[in-house]
Ligand binder design. Sequence first.
Ligand SMILES: *[C@@H]1O[C@H](CO)[C@@H](O)[C@H](O)[C@H]1NC(C)=O
Ligand SMILES: *[C@@H]1O[C@H](CO)[C@@H](O)[C@H](O)[C@H]1NC(C)=O
Ligand SMILES: *[C@@H]1O[C@H](CO)[C@@H](O)[C@H](O)[C@H]1NC(C)=O
Ligand SMILES: *[C@@H]1O[C@H](CO)[C@@H](O)[C@H](O)[C@H]1NC(C)=O
Length: 250
Amino acid sequence: MKPMISFCMMAGSLSLAIFCGFATQILANSDLHHKWEMLYLVHQWPVTVCKMNVNDCKDPLMYWTIHGLWPDKAGECNRSWHFDISELKDIMGDMKQYWPDVLHPNGTHFWRHEWEKHGTCAATLEALNTQKKYFGKGLELYKNINLNSYLLKAEIKPGNTSYELAAIKEALTRFYSVTPKLQCLPPEEGQLQTLGQIKFCFTKEFMLRNCTEPKPDSISSSDHGHKYDKIEDLSICEDGLLYYPAYVEV
Ligand SMILES: *[C@@H]1O[C@H](CO)[C@@H](O)[C@H](O)[C@H]1NC(C)=O
Ligand SMILES: *[C@@H]1O[C@H](CO)[C@@H](O)[C@H](O)[C@H]1NC(C)=O
Ligand SMILES: *[C@@H]1O[C@H](CO)[C@@H](O)[C@H](O)[C@H]1NC(C)=O
Ligand SMILES: *[C@@H]1O[C@H](CO)[C@@H](O)[C@H](O)[C@H]1NC(C)=O
């Protein structure tokens, strides 16, 4: 039994009883908060990350890298479970290559952040309950998806041409049999939106799944999730054209 609850069961006075009612409510909510149903494997396009941080970035990598492996709803689930880089020593080569901090190539702060915010929540699964398992699984899913080589095969290449969002989504859906979520940097005045992230969804058994189940009742297929999907300055790509940039314009 949680100490707060056992303390409350002994509480006699009315004001303590009210306090305890709130406290158990909060405990129940925070337990609920830690429940999640699927994982996002988030790929980021380093050129776009660079474009969002022009002062901190030169010569971005030219392949999609991992941003994170995120439970769909939950964050910072165990603040006392600190990041320990020594647990990653066996996978350090892959971490640096596929899961780098795009802005600070030698930094480890990015991994610490990903572990503390997302990993401590993912760790409710036995398959992800150590730092090595969590980051190792992210690398494994990324390699299996092999997004970089599929995009090249589908002739979707970074450059000075624009793409229809629908065309990219269709190509990805044809290949993976699921539709990932595409996130863009919103357009500046007179420009197009810029592709920034591609998120694939996985079940707790690490099977690819659609990020949203089709809703039988909904007539329109438009994405109502828009305002919930903002991640920092990226949002769900709007229908229409987008840039997939090969370099950071100055
Ligand atoms: C939080 O992490 C610490 C350190 O790994 C662990 O001892 C503790 O059991 C965890 N708490 C929960 C609720 O999982
Ligand atoms: C990053 O680390 C590599 C080798 O680990 C080193 O060669 C390079 O100079 C470092 N870069 C910075 C900016 O510290
Ligand atoms: C990219 O395209 C824009 C608009 O079509 C054009 O103005 C610009 O010169 C092109 N840049 C390069 C490097 O081709
Ligand atoms: C995912 O959605 C697409 C498009 O709606 C559909 O064609 C596909 O069968 C779905 N895949 C799965 C695994 O449910």
